[in-house]
Ligand binder design. Structure first.
Ligand code: ZN
Length: 80
């Protein structure tokens, strides 16, 4: 009985160890579960990309708002 218990405990530990790791979301290197990046370099790179991404999102939102306003206002300007 203790042998089986010990084995399953070991197995669960192994599985846990295997599960408890992440990959750096920038370069894909294995990192600790509590971290998002393998180092400062990847963190900086991600933050840069994220800023670019959010800027792009803001631009597309502005374009959409302008288009909606245009759709609402242009018929009035044309006297429809
Ligand atoms: Zn990395």
């Amino acid at each position: 009985m203790p042998e089986i218990k010990g084995k399953s405990w070991k197995d669960s530990l192994k599985t846990r160890k295997y599960e408890e790791h992440k990959h750096c979301i920038v370069c894909g290197r294995a990192i600790h579960i509590s971290q998002d990046f393998c180092g400062q370099e990847c963190k900086d790179q991600y933050n840069k990309a994220d800023k670019k991404k959010s800027k792009k999102n803001t631009i597309s939102i502005v374009i959409m708002v302008v288009m909606v306003i245009a759709i609402l206002i242009v018929p009035r300007l044309l006297g429809m």
